[in-house]
Ligand binder design. Structure first.
Ligand code: ASP
Length: 426
C-alpha cells in the first residue's frame, strides 16, 4: 500500500462553475501533506452538451453544430475569466482555444466511420477542458500540480463507448508516468471517463465512468484511499429525489456497495468497486460542501450491512414478454437465442423471469432500443410490452418496507432472495 497517495474524484457538479472550482481547491488545502491524484469529470453538464454537438455533427447540421460549440466555448471561457486574473489567463486561454480548434476540426470527420468511435472522439473533450482548467487553477493557488493525459494512461480495447481496460498496460503506464509526477508535483490532475486503445484512438469507459477511472488509478497506484466528492453527504439509503426521509449509510462493505450499485443506486458507478476491493483500498463518499463530514466509508467490513434497508428506484422501464411463435416451450436453446439477440442490440436487462412459454425482461425505456429489441425478436417471437413501469429494489427488506413501496401500485412481477426484494410496478 502506498500510504501517501490519495485519489480524489471530482464529479461534474463539483466543478460546475468558478466557485465550485475554488471550493475544490479549498478541499485540497485540507490535505497539505498528501500526494493527491485528482480524477475530474467534465464541468457541469458538458458531456450532455457534447452529445448534442455530436448529434449535430452526425446529422451534418453545421449551423446547429457551430452554435452549440459556441455555447460550450463561452461556458468554459466565462469560468476561466472568473478564476484567473487577466495576467494569468494567457496560457490557459490558448490551451482551451486549441482544444476548441480540435473540436471544430472533428466536424470534417466522415460519418460513415464507426459511430461509437466518432462519439468518443467528441465527448472526451469535456474532461480534457475541465482537467486543464482545474490543474492551472490549482497551480495558481497552491504552486504545485501537474497535468496527465488519461489517454496515455488507461489502455483499453476498441470497444468504443464502453471500453474494457487492459490492466497490465494500464498499471505499467500509470506507474511509469504518474508516480514520478506525484513525487515532483504532489498533485496530479487527470481526466475521468476517457482512455485510449493501443492504436491511440480515444475510447471512453461509459457514461458516468469517472468513478471507475478513480478506481483504476487507485488500484494501479496502490493508493491509501479514494474519495468521491459529491453533492450529497454520503451514500444514502434511497435517492432523495424519490424519498423524503433518507438515511446516510455511515459504513458498508464493498460487497453491499456492489450490490446497491448493480441494482441501480446511482451514487457510484458499478465498476468502481472491484479494483478497490481487490486491493482492500477504502472508498469514501463525501460532500464537497461539507468536506469535514464523516461521509460514507466503504471497505471490506460487512458488519454494518444489514443495519438499514436501502431502496433503489428505477423509473422509465419497459417490461417485455416474449413467446416463441410456434408456442414451443422456452428451453435453453431459445433462451440463449434471445440473449444473443439482446446483446446484439446492446439491450441491458434489469430483471428477468421465465415461465413455460414466455420470457419476461425489463430494460430502460429508450425509443431507439425499444425499436431495436422489437425488430430483432419479432421474426421468431410474439413480443408484448408494457412501458412506463418502475423497478423497485429493497435491500434488507421486511414486510413493512415492501408494503410501503408497493402501496397503490400493481405488481407486474416480483422476486425475492433472503436479502433482496424486487418489484416491477405500474
Ligand atoms: N463526464 C462523463 C459523464 O457525464 C463521465 C463522468 O462524469 O463520470 O458521463
Amino acid at each position: 500500500m502506498n500510504d501517501s497517495i490519495l485519489v480524489f474524484k471530482f464529479g461534474g457538479a463539483s466543478v460546475k462553475n468558478s466557485e465550485a472550482v475554488q471550493n475544490a481547491i479549498a478541499i485540497l488545502k485540507l490535505f497539505p501533506k498528501q500526494k493527491i491524484l485528482i480524477v475530474v469529470s467534465a464541468m457541469g453538464k458538458t458531456t450532455n452538451q457534447l452529445e448534442l454537438l455530436f448529434n449535430s455533427f452526425y446529422k451534418k447540421d453545421k449551423d446547429a453544430f457551430l452554435s452549440k460549440l459556441n455555447e460550450l466555448r463561452e461556458f468554459h471561457v466565462d469560468i476561466i475569466d472568473q478564476i484567473f486574473i487577466n495576467s494569468e489567463q494567457g496560457e490557459i486561454r490558448s490551451l482551451v482555444t486549441s482544444l476548441f480548434d480540435q473540436i471544430t476540426l472533428l466536424y470534417d470527420q466522415d460519418t460513415s466511420e464507426n459511430k461509437s468511435k466518432l462519439y468518443d472522439s467528441f465527448v472526451s473533450y469535456g474532461e480534457l477542458l475541465s482537467s486543464l482548467i482545474l490543474q492551472k487553477a490549482i497551480l495558481n493557488s497552491l504552486n504545485e500540480s501537474a497535468w496527465a493525459d488519461a489517454r496515455q494512461l488507461i489502455r483499453t480495447d476498441a470497444n468504443f463507448q464502453k471500453a474494457n481496460v487492459d490492466w497490465e498496460g494500464t498499471i505499467k503506464n500509470i506507474n511509469s508516468i504518474c508516480l514520478p509526477q506525484l513525487s515532483t508535483h504532489k498533485i496530479v490532475v487527470t481526466q475521468g471517463f476517457i482512455s485510449a486503445n493501443k492504436n491511440g484512438d480515444t475510447t471512453t469507459l461509459g457514461r458516468e465512468g469517472s468513478d471507475y477511472s478513480a478506481g483504476i488509478f487507485a488500484h494501479a497506484l496502490d493508493a491509501k484511499s479514494v474519495t468521491i466528492w459529491k453533492d450529497v453527504p454520503g451514500m444514502l439509503n434511497a435517492d432523495p429525489k424519490f424519498f423524503k426521509d433518507t438515511i446516510k449509510l455511515d459504513k458498508i462493505s464493498f460487497k453491499e456497495a456492489i450490490e446497491l450499485s448493480y441494482y441501480g443506486a446511482s451514487v457510484i458507478h458499478p465498476k468502481t468497486l472491484k479494483p478497490l476491493q481487490n486491493k482492500g483500498i477504502p472508498l469514501y463518499v463525501k460532500s464537497f460542501t461539507e468536506p469535514l463530514g464523516s461521509g460514507t466509508k466503504i471497505d471490506i467490513d460487512t458488519s454494518n450491512d444489514r443495519d438499514i434497508p436501502s431502496f433503489i428506484f428505477k423509473k422509465n422501464q419497459v417490461l417485455f414478454s416474449v413467446t416463441p411463435k410456434d408456442f414451443s416451450f422456452l428451453i435453453e436453446a431459445n433462451l440463449s437465442d434471445i440473449f444473443l439477440k439482446l446483446s446484439e442490440v446492446k439491450a441491458e436487462i434489469n430483471i428477468m423471469q421465465n415461465s413455460a412459454l414466455s420470457f419476461s425482461f425489463l430494460i430502460d425505456e429508450d425509443t431507439d432500443k425499444l425499436k431495436d429489441v422489437i425488430e430483432i425478436l419479432s421474426p421468431t417471437y410474439l413480443v408484448k410490452y408494457n412501458s412506463n413501469v418502475e423497478l423497485v429494489t429493497v435491500r434488507h427488506y421486511d414486510q413493512k418496507t415492501n408494503d410501503f413501496v408497493c402501496k397503490g401500485k400493481t405488481i407486474l412481477l416480483q422476486q425475492r432472495t433472503r436479502t433482496t426484494a424486487r418489484f416491477v410496478l405500474i
